[in-house]
Design a protein around this ligand. Structure first.
Ligand code: SF4
Ligand code: SF4
Ligand code: ZN
Length: 257
């Protein structure tokens, strides 16, 4: 007769025996204190891994900058590298249901125009950067990024509220409310980016700037604001990064202002 011994696992913090049913990768008992210690430890591990990946990324970016400068035959010091976010979704055919829901949102706003106080109070996303210090570079940065921030327009109906329509009527005083609504509908692309704003396409925003919500015209993400404060080189290398991985690059040669 042979005997099988099952090794008793112990909690890594208090040394209590763990039930045999405990999953192999789990080394913590059910006590709150031990669970809290485990959560802290896991968090620290993740932070360390993130820091390691960041160090690696910084090295990769510098190598990329140097090799790009070589390719462009420009002085290393004359090539600035800027990190931008990245959105990875591709375009998809707009469903009739989604389009109908959006149009009904517009109609609902038109039917309640006398109640602008129902709108969320508009707060500028950050202190005004107008005019943007690097106007030629901003669209290029957003193009390398592929419109990450426009993902916020998915659940907010492109941020269009009563205030937005009232502002559009001022821009187009010769048009009736129904005609302004038709302008919004005409701008809807057939294939917007998946899980993003209905007006978001691979080539940018399909909505006329005068019809956009204030936030769409005011918003510059953190990376773009950094670009505004630091741009000054003739050559700029945009590197779009998601989850600390380089996703795409774009070189811009714009005379410094
Ligand atoms: S503002 Fe920032 S997040 Fe938005 S599209 Fe431009 S680079 Fe991307
Ligand atoms: S309306 Fe245009 S700028 Fe505003 S969230 Fe949608 S795609 Fe982006
Ligand atoms: Zn324990």
């Amino acid at each position: 007769m042979s005997l099988n011994f099952v090794a008793v696992k112990k909690c890594q913090f208090c040394n209590t025996d763990l039930p045999v049913s405990t999953p192999a990768s789990f080394h913590v008992c059910a006590s709150l204190v031990c669970r809290q210690k485990w959560v802290c430890l896991e968090r620290e591990k993740k932070d360390e891994q993130r820091e390691e990946r960041e160090l690696l990324l910084v090295q990769q970016l510098e190598q990329l900058r140097l090799s790009t400068a070589k390719e462009l035959s420009c002085d290393e010091g004359d090539l600035q590298l800027f990190r931008v976010p990245y959105q990875r979704n591709t375009q998809e055919i707009l469903s009739d249901d989604r389009k109908a829901m959006f149009i009904s949102h517009l109609q609902g706003l038109l039917d309640s125009l006398d109640k602008p106080n129902l709108d969320r109070k508009y707060r500028p996303p950050h202190s005004k950067v107008d005019p943007f210090p690097a106007p030629d570079l901003a669209p290029l940065a957003c193009s390398a990024c592929r419109g990450r921030c426009c993902g916020q327009g998915f659940k907010t109906a492109a941020f269009i509220e009563r205030e937005t329509l009232l502002q559009s009527f001022e821009h187009f005083p010769e048009l009736s409310p129904e005609e302004v609504k038709a302008l919004y509908i005409d701008c809807i692309p057939k294939e917007p980016v998946k899980n993003s704003c209905i007006y978001h396409t691979d080539s940018g925003c399909a909505l006329l700037p005068k019809l956009r919500a204030k936030i769409c015209n005011d918003f510059y993400c953190k990376d773009l604001r950094e670009l505004g404060s630091q741009a000054g080189s003739e050559n700029t290398l945009f590197v779009a990064i998601d989850e600390q991985v380089i996703e795409s690059t774009l070189i811009a040669s714009v005379p410094s202002t």
